[in-house]
Design a protein around this ligand. Structure first.
Ligand SMILES: *[C@@H]1O[C@H](CO)[C@@H](O)[C@H](O)[C@H]1NC(C)=O
Ligand SMILES: *[C@@H]1O[C@H](CO)[C@@H](O)[C@H](O)[C@H]1NC(C)=O
Ligand SMILES: *[C@@H]1O[C@H](CO)[C@@H](O)[C@H](O)[C@H]1NC(C)=O
Ligand SMILES: *[C@@H]1O[C@H](CO)[C@@H](O)[C@H](O)[C@H]1NC(C)=O
Ligand SMILES: *[C@@H]1O[C@H](CO)[C@@H](O)[C@H](O)[C@H]1NC(C)=O
Ligand SMILES: *[C@@H]1O[C@H](CO)[C@@H](O)[C@H](O)[C@H]1NC(C)=O
Ligand SMILES: *[C@@H]1O[C@H](CO)[C@@H](O)[C@H](O)[C@H]1NC(C)=O
Ligand SMILES: *[C@@H]1O[C@H](CO)[C@@H](O)[C@H](O)[C@H]1NC(C)=O
Length: 442
């Protein structure tokens, strides 16, 4: 027979244990490299704030937040994983005895998973939830929690759940948002870019640049590892191993040591081209794939029903249960390609000159690590501002905490536009892509 007091203690212990488990402050650790190096990993860079968050201008208060966030760090996709293993195997089949930076390959076993978040990616999403609760706590009370949606990929759903866990943690479990809508990626989905089969690819631009920067690296490695016979694509694959292993193991990958900072800067540009010509301004059917989300954003900002004839699911968006308009905080979880399309539909990161596949323009603002790092985020804040005695609605957009210039709606340097002017500026979305959507499928 167990002693009653002992039983009580056991129950208390298990309650405490439960509470402690739920309350772990799981913060993404340092990965062991300097920022400059990690930023040259392009869309595989871990999130970092591009600027320090600046509160809205004097006279303005935030009345609504719209968060759009990429999932956290992940393993390679299944198809990429196969290519990575093939390139690693080629190098492992060569004579590696001459070069100390290569000897690790003698005992190396490829051990990366596929598709899903790595623990670091879960931690990044949890961190983001903490940051967003802390920053926007004034918009939250017991009746008005964030409304959360996710595209249906497992890594996106988990990122949303980890974000809600971080948000709840930061509020000391006072506010526990739930994931309310998971949008199927096999149907109409504004948080994924699977609905435009006729969109072209960036292959010709990325190949052009690869053929410029990779041959010297291939020659160097083939010299160091006689018999490897590495191609330009092998070089690229071996470079991918660096970020993927580092985020998976939360420790520097030995593959990083095979390449210089300058070589990774070329790699970064390769990915900039891929996004610019794959989903951005360089792709005729890139921006239109962001229109559905923009129309949802306009609906939330104006409190009016969604009007869209592109990627929205009308069943979901016409119901107050799955698309409410009376919240103060909306959080959506998505993929990098979709975010690129959305930036381009809105008019963000517009370049004065198209990206040159033969040479990086060092003045460009289209730099992947600032646009779509792992766990990257765009936040549209609706503001109420009193200007010269008149109160009205305004908006500003932050990408990875940097306030975006919005000349297209009359921003003259504060980063803020009148809501009406912003809505007016979004003609391309409001007109369903001005004919582009019809070109997406035959
Ligand atoms: C590889 O493993 C073998 C056996 O465990 C060991 O003797 C050898 O030193 C290792 N080589 C390297 C380069 O780590
Ligand atoms: C929002 O509207 C829904 C349904 O119309 C209602 O059930 C809910 O209480 C409202 N929430 C707030 C915060 O006003
Ligand atoms: C992240 O979410 C997954 C799935 O819900 C969960 O198993 C994991 O414990 C979460 N991690 C954190 C850090 O919240
Ligand atoms: C969790 O840890 C991070 C990093 O140490 C810190 O910035 C944050 O304030 C902590 N969160 C809470 C709720 O204590
Ligand atoms: C729209 O969403 C509903 C509810 O989730 C789902 O049953 C339906 O299949 C979706 N339709 C399309 C075309 O995506
Ligand atoms: C090296 O690769 C090229 C192209 O893949 C191939 O044509 C050639 O036969 C290979 N050479 C050796 C020595 O394996
Ligand atoms: C950052 O780290 C990389 C890789 O270790 C190294 O090549 C580079 O020189 C470092 N840069 C700075 C500014 O420390
Ligand atoms: C899904 O999108 C297509 C293309 O815009 C549209 O014709 C269809 O009505 C949509 N279906 C739903 C359920 O919203």
């Amino acid at each position: 027979m167990s002693h009653p007091i002992r039983q009580v203690v056991l129950i208390m212990l298990s309650l405490c244990y439960g509470a402690v488990m739920a309350a772990i402050n799981y913060t993404a650790p340092s990965l062991g490299f300097n920022q400059t190096f990690q930023q040259s990993w392009a869309l595989y860079s871990p999130y970092f704030p591009v600027s320090e968050y600046a509160p809205p201008p004097t006279g303005c208060t935030i009345t609504q937040v719209n968060l759009l966030q990429r999932h956290g760090a992940r393993y390679p996709t299944a198809s990429v994983g196969v290519s990575l293993q093939q390139s690693v195997a080629k190098l492992q089949g060569a004579d590696l005895s001459d070069d100390p930076s290569l000897t690790f390959l003698m005992n190396f076993t490829y051990a990366l998973g596929t598709d899903i978040l790595v623990p670091y990616g879960a931690a990044q999403s949890f961190d983001a939830g903490q940051v967003h609760y802390t920053r926007y706590a004034s918009l939250i009370d017991g009746d008005i929690l964030p409304f959360v949606r996710a595209s249906s990929s497992e890594r996106v759903v988990e990122s949303a759940l980890n974000w809600t866990a971080g948000f709840a943690y930061a509020s000391n479990q006072l506010y526990v948002p739930v994931l309310s809508v998971i949008i199927s990626e096999s149907g109409n989905d504004t948080l994924d870019n699977n609905m435009c089969p006729n969109a072209g690819s960036s292959d010709s631009e990325t190949s052009e640049w690869l053929e410029i920067f990779a041959p010297d690296i291939a020659d160097r490695l083939n010299m160091a590892a006689p018999g490897a016979n590495l191609t330009n694509s092998d070089v690229l694959n071996l470079m991918y191993m660096c970020p993927f292993e580092t985020v998976a193991n939360e420790a520097p990958s030995a593959f990083c040591g095979l390449f210089s900072q300058g070589e990774f800067n070329s790699f970064e540009y390769y990915e900039d081209l891929k996004d610019y010509y794959g989903n951005g301004y360089g792709q005729q059917l890139g921006p239109v794939q962001g229109v559905g989300y923009v129309n949802e954003l306009l609906a939330r900002l104006t409190g009016q029903p969604v009007q869209d004839e592109t990627q929205t699911n009308h069943t979901l968006d016409s119901s107050p249960v799955t698309f409410p308009l009376n919240r103060t905080f909306y959080a959506d979880f998505t993929h990098d390609n979709e975010m690129i399309s959305i930036y381009s539909a809105i008019g963000l990161f517009l370049q004065p000159h198209a990206l040159d596949p033969s040479q990086p323009n060092t003045e460009r603002t289209w730099v992947d690590y600032k646009l779509v790092p792992f766990s990257g985020r765009m936040v549209t804040e609706k503001l109420e501002c009193t200007v010269a005695g008149e109160t009205g609605d305004y908006v500003r957009i932050l990408v990875n905490d940097a306030v975006q210039p919005m000349e297209f709606c009359g921003d003259t340097g504060s980063g803020v536009c009148a809501l009406g002017d912003f809505v007016q500026s979004q003609q391309y979305a409001r007109l369903n892509g001005e004919g582009d959507w019809a070109l997406c499928s035959d």
